[in-house]
Design a protein around this ligand. Structure first.
Ligand code: NAD
Length: 332
């Protein structure tokens, strides 16, 4: 039996995490889900953003499936997502972006993975207002964090027979901060002579991605660029409802979709649960349950391609519950 921490989160989080939980259970794995919650809703109810039992559960179980958590814009509390990534040193944010059969998009056959540095950069949260009323935000970049995300990307490329890793940076302007990151990636690449390193300035990267995304296999980049490129890439394959993700550290890993809490559709049974369901497949792979992970991916593919059960974001009419039931039916 596995013990897994489930954090439903805010907005559409409870709907999609319930769906993902049922799909994982349908694979026949014996899982004890320990449900604890954090975020805006918990704060409204209890006055605490992250109850102590959330940390206790994460530290005990080490594997977490998490729905999105709302972060106030421009003021209010700082991101709980960023806090968890930093607290548990979940340095590698892995986001596979793949075309799924049956989803109508301008590009076919996209198969790339983004490795986003997850603990520093502009997300370090070092901001201050200066006496003249202007504000500054510090971009922190360390050799240690840059080397380990580069290693994660190259190791992934090696294990999966990829021929090229692309680093997206802005070292022409931020010569020290982005320059350090780029130099670390170059250094790591030396140990992988069979894998080419392509260096692309991040603005050009955006253009390349929307013109010819099939040229990319593995992308390694800094925290904020990774955040932006992830949503861009999600758009290439059909939207945020489809793209999974994982935050991997040494001992603890948190699996969550790329998307946020989608307050515009929350509580309406409209959310596409596939992104979190595919995140749960990443989780099972991480746990060594590769057959079960494959069963989930096949069930999702059959549901959208053969059965044509699609949620509104994909041009269909199925509710969250209906597509979840259809996926469960296809698990063999
Ligand atoms: P969002 O990802 O929540 O939504 C962007 C758009 O995509 C919306 O139109 C939404 O309806 C749609 N969408 C997203 N997920 C979908 C799904 N599964 N099915 C169908 N449509 C979906 O981004 P946002 O509106 O910029 O952010 C909302 C909140 O989420 C903010 O508070 C933000 O800070 C938070 N957020 C949290 C995480 C996280 O917890 N990891 C990640 C990103 C954003």
């Amino acid at each position: 039996m596995y013990n897994i921490t489930l954090i439903p989160g805010d907005g559409i989080g409870p709907e999609v995490s319930e769906a993902a939980k049922h799909v994982v259970d349908a694979t026949g794995l014996n899982i004890n889900w320990e449900t604890v919650n954090a975020g805006e809703k918990v704060f409204q109810d209890t006055g605490v953003l992250v109850p102590e039992k959330v940390f206790q559960s994460i530290e005990k179980n080490k594997i977490v499936l998490k729905g999105p958590i709302t972060t106030p814009i421009g003021s209010g509390f700082r991101s709980i997502n960023v806090m968890l990534r930093k607290k548990y040193d979940l340095y590698s944010n892995v986001r596979p972006v793949r075309s799924l059969p049956g989803i109508n998009t301008p590009f076919k056959g996209i198969d790339l993975v983004i490795f986003r540095e997850n603990t520093e950069g502009l997300y370090a949260g070092i901001e201050q207002e200066l006496p003249d009323g202007s504000c500054e935000a510090v971009k922190r970049v360390s050799r240690n964090a840059s080397i380990r995300i580069a290693e994660a990307a190259f190791e992934y490329a090696k294990k999966n027979n990829k021929k090229k890793v692309t680093v997206a940076h802005k070292a022409n302007i931020m010569k020290l901060a982005d320059g350090l990151f780029l130099n670390c990636v170059r250094e790591v690449s030396q140990a992988y002579p069979d894998i080419a390193l392509q260096e692309v300035i991040v603005d050009n990267m955006c253009m390349q991605l929307v013109m010819n995304p099939n040229q990319f296999e593995v992308i390694v980049t800094m925290n904020l660029y990774g955040d932006l490129l992830s949503d861009l890439c999600a758009g290439l394959v059909g939207g945020l409802g489809l793209v999974p993700g994982a935050n991997i550290g040494k001992d603890i890993s948190i699996f969550e979709a790329v998307h946020g809490s989608a307050p515009d559709i929350a509580g309406k049974n409209l959310a596409n649960p596939i992104a979190l369901i595919l995140s749960s497949a990443m989780m099972l792979n991480h746990m060594g349950e590769t057959d079960k992970a494959e069963a989930i991916i096949k069930a999702v593919t059959k549901t959208i391609y053969e059965d044509k059960v699609l949620t509104c974001d994909l041009g269909g009419k199925a509710t969250t519950n209906e597509i979840t039931k259809a996926i469960i039916k296809n698990i063999i």
